[in-house]
Design a protein around this ligand. Structure first.
Ligand code: B1M
Length: 208
């Protein structure tokens, strides 16, 4: 099965076909990163485009997202390597009001592969829950937002960390489709990452 077929099956939400396609592509020697980028992520971009144009609606988006997640879990062992000593502890979550978790899961997966210990806070995470994670020893707070209406909660969380007296004890990394470096600077985050691999690089740099 070629990447184009996997791409189409993600859009269709055909979970068994996506799983079969990913397995076949891996067996044929296609790199997990290539399958991820050119089939799975490319399909979600197309789904977003069709949604924006009114060709599909939320249920179809959800069905595609499930198929993407199914493919992603098969790729995980190939994307995540083993490291003996943890590189640091990262608490990661999607901010309050936001339920998009595919990008957040991917970033968590890549960080785990780079040797970080991951505390996954899930979705719809309150500023207080991020503060609690910092109290529990997270060295990096990672926030994801996919909606222009929820990205402001990243700034609220940075303020909550300041008010709790924790701002100089943790590094804050943010990302997600509407997030930019300019926004990160504006809210006082330490780093912005456009994708999962740059999130890993920035996390390493921030912890020296
Ligand atoms: Co939603 N949705 N959605 N959606 N959805 C978008 C984001 C949207 C752009 C679609 C569109 O209009 N084109 C649009 C937002 C518009 C805006 O705010 N400007 C939108 C909307 C409007 C909505 C609803 C409001 C629809 C409605 O109900 N009317 C609703 C909101 C629900 C809520 O959150 N409260 C909604 C719901 C959903 C579903 C539940 C159906 C589903 C999510 C399922 C799930 O996540 N489990 C969904 C989906 C699938 C999408 C699209 C199609 C795909 C998102 C995705 O998974 N991309 C999306 C369109 C799009 O983005 N093209 C869309 C793949 C993923 C790998 O990429 O998440 O960007 P991404 O993550 C990347 C980088 O951004 C970065 O690295 C990742 C890997 O490269 N990154 C980080 C992400 N987090 C990071 C954190 C970091 C660093 C990097 O550091 C910590």
């Amino acid at each position: 099965m070629d990447l184009k077929t996997i791409f189409e099956n993600v859009i269709e939400g055909a979970v068994p076909s996506v799983e079969a396609g990913v397995k076949e592509a891996l067996a044929a020697g296609i790199g997990a990163d290539v399958i991820l980028q050119d089939a799975l992520i490319a399909a979600m971009d197309e789904v977003g485009r069709r949604y924006e144009e009114g060709d599909i609606f939320v249920p179809e988006m959800l069905i595609s997202a499930r198929a993407m997640q199914a493919g992603l879990s098969l790729l995980k062992p190939h994307l995540v390597g083993g490291m003996s000593k943890p590189a640091g502890k990262v608490a990661i979550g999607t901010v309050k009001g936001d339920l998009h978790d595919i990008g957040k899961n991917l970033v968590a997966m890549m960080l785990e592969g780079a040797g970080f210990e991951i505390l996954d806070l899930g979705v719809d995470v309150t500023p207080q829950a991020f503060v609690d994670a910092a109290h529990e020893g997270a060295q990096i707070i990672g926030m994801s937002a996919l909606l222009t209406t929820t990205m402001s909660n990243m700034g609220v969380t940075v303020k909550a960390l300041q008010e709790a007296g924790l701002r100089d004890k943790v590094k804050v990394i943010i990302g997600g489709a509407p997030v930019t470096q300019e926004f990160a600077t504006q809210i006082g985050a330490d780093g912005f990452a456009a994708d999962a691999s740059s999130a890993t690089r920035i996390a390493r740099e921030l912890l020296g």
